[in-house]
Design a protein. Structure first.
Length: 266
């Protein structure tokens, strides 16, 4: 079906969300054979029911991709299973990365009994559900600006039977968080491209001694810059902060990494 040259062009980078396979960079040279390629994938991967390719990378206010179905069922909604959590998501209407499952477990392993936790930019609720279901926290608040993602988060809270532990809000965190009238033991900021501008808000909502998880995208060898960003924000806010760890948690693109700074705000 494919020549040796075409086989060499086959992309080896893809994500599987639930039963939907997503190719990030599908070569134009293979476009005429994409349906045949999808048939082979569907025949060899029984758990995959839909094969898609990105025709537009993450863009717009909500960082959403444009996907084309090249084989299988004609749908873009699925249920992803991760760490014993069920996450229903429409892969074109809400951002979700299956590559962060280990990072979500890492955060969950740090939670102490009775913590009140805030997840900014909570999306369809992967961090919220993981924390509510698998930690001894008292409560988890999630704030998401994308109405579609918020809708799926509400569905996921019901499916995972954590409604009593979870509070979900749809809107801009800069408007929602100050109105909560609450401070938190732990705050997650999983929006690497622009989370820096929200650090003052996170610091204002953190209890004395609270832990903040700040994410950034950085080149290899420049991870220290994330800690510098945190230090500058803490200084401006008049908070004494202690960096606990700087953890790389996956590649974003060649030479660029997603980095998490775990720090305590006194």
């Amino acid at each position: 079906m494919l020549t040796a040259r075409e086989l060499a062009l086959m992309p080896n980078a893809f994500d599987v969300v639930g039963d939907i396979m997503i190719f990030a960079d599908f070569p134009k040279a293979l476009e005429k054979k994409e349906k045949d390629i999808a048939k082979v994938i569907l025949a060899n991967y029984p758990s995959v029911k839909v094969v898609t390719k990105k025709v537009k990378q993450f863009s717009g206010r909500f960082r959403l991709p444009k996907l084309k179905i090249i084989g299988g069922e004609r749908r873009k909604e699925t249920t992803h299973r991760e760490n014993g959590v069920l996450l229903t998501v429409h892969v074109e209407k809400a951002y979700f990365s299956p590559r962060l499952g280990t990072e979500r477990q890492r955060i969950a392993s740090q939670v102490k009994p009775g913590e009140d936790i805030l997840v900014m930019f909570s999306g369809v609720g992967p961090y919220v559900m993981e924390l509510a279901r698998h930690t001894p926290c008292a409560s988890v608040y999630g704030v998401e600006i994308n109405p579609a993602a918020h809708h799926y988060a509400e569905i996921n809270a019901i499916r995972n039977k954590v409604v009593e532990k979870v509070q979900l809000f749809q809107g801009d965190v800069k408007k929602v968080v100050p109105g909560l009238g609450k401070s938190f033991d732990r705050i997650l900021m999983p929006l690497p491209k622009s989370a820096g501008e929200y650090l003052p808000l996170a610091l204002s909502a953190a209890k004395r001694g609270g832990i903040i998880h700040f994410y950034d995208f950085l080149e290899e060898g420049e991870f220290g810059k994330a800690a510098e960003t945190v230090g500058a924000a803490c200084g401006k806010a008049g908070r004494r902060c202690t960096v606990l760890s700087v953890v790389p948690c996956g590649k974003y693109s060649p030479g660029h990494f997603r980095v998490c700074v775990d720090f305590r705000a006194e």
